[in-house]
Design a protein around this ligand. Structure first.
Ligand SMILES: [Zn+2]
Length: 279
């Protein structure tokens, strides 16, 4: 063997193993997607979307079809774990969570939150003994690939579009924000030259929300968005989808930035006729 090859063979082997892994992973994902497309979306699942995901009811037909496909990929790909006394994860839980979680990626080239592996479902708000300062939580998004959701808040906030809140969209917007490694309200943008405008528009809107919240003034966005820029992006994303027309009217520049980012225009979707506040 040549001395050069002898010295570096572990490097070659590692590189070869990485290449094989990438190829196998690509083939696996492609086969997986083809398999999903072969199955029709279950009627029972459509009923769940109709009942628990009013945003699905309002979107155009081609997006509904795309939504169904992403829901199937999401459910196939993620591990749903019951926590805090929930005995088993139901189809309603999986389809409702997936149906809302995929809304932010409907317009984007996507690998369906590849880094998210596990969804932990609690029956209601949860409390971490080691973090008492955080109080009772409806959801959390971890960089390690876990999302935690309180089932009652997830379903209730999705069903009620008037509140502008959607716990699943909020937590999955955090996951998009985390794609560059940090949750700071600046997700990965298409072009590097978009960051300056993003920072100017979202930074300005964040400051205005902080000022309005300090004065006790209500805005179209929940005051929780005034916590920090990461929470602002997550809250603004909830409002963007649930209160699209109000946001477009009252915060046109913010709406424009989010429309460019999500590559979708929910202000043009229909408002579903029936909106339920029931849990
Ligand atoms: Zn948050």
């Amino acid at each position: 063997m040549l001395p050069f090859v002898e010295t570096f063979w572990p490097v070659y082997l590692t590189a070869l193993a990485m290449i094989i892994y990438i190829i196998v992973d690509k083939v696996r994902r492609r086969t997986h997607r083809k398999r999903i497309r072969r199955f029709d979306f279950p009627l029972k699942w459509i009923k769940i979307l109709e009942q628990n995901v009013p945003l699905y009811m309002g979107m155009p037909y081609d997006l509904q079809e795309h939504c169904q496909n992403l829901v199937m990929q999401f459910i196939e790909d993620k591990l749903f774990e019951p926590c805090g006394g929930i005995e088993a994860v139901t189809e309603e839980m999986m389809v409702t969570i997936a149906g809302n979680a995929v809304i932010p990626i409907l317009g984007r080239p996507t690998d369906v939150y590849r880094s998210v592996r596990t969804i932990l479902i609690y029956p209601s708000t949860f409390f971490q003994k080691d973090k008492p300062e955080m109080g009772h939580r409806q959801g959390e998004a971890w960089a390690s690939g876990t999302v935690i959701l309180a089932w009652d808040a997830t379903r209730g906030s999705a069903r009620d579009m008037r509140d502008g809140k959607n716990v699943a969209i909020h937590e999955f917007a955090h996951q998009l924000d985390l794609e560059d490694g940090t949750a700071n309200g600046a997700p990965i943008l298409k072009n590097g030259n978009q960051y300056a405008v993003w920072a100017e528009v979202l930074g300005g809107e964040f400051e205005r929300l902080v000022a309005a919240t300090a004065k006790g003034q209500r805005t179209v966005m929940d005051d929780y968005g005034a916590t920090n820029p990461a929470e602002f992006f997550a809250v603004a994303s909830e409002t963007f989808f649930e209160q699209a027309r109000s946001m477009q009217r009252k915060h046109p520049e913010l709406y424009k930035q989010l429309r460019n980012y999500y590559r979708i225009d929910p202000a043009r979707w229909n408002r579903p006729a029936k909106i339920s506040r029931k849990q």
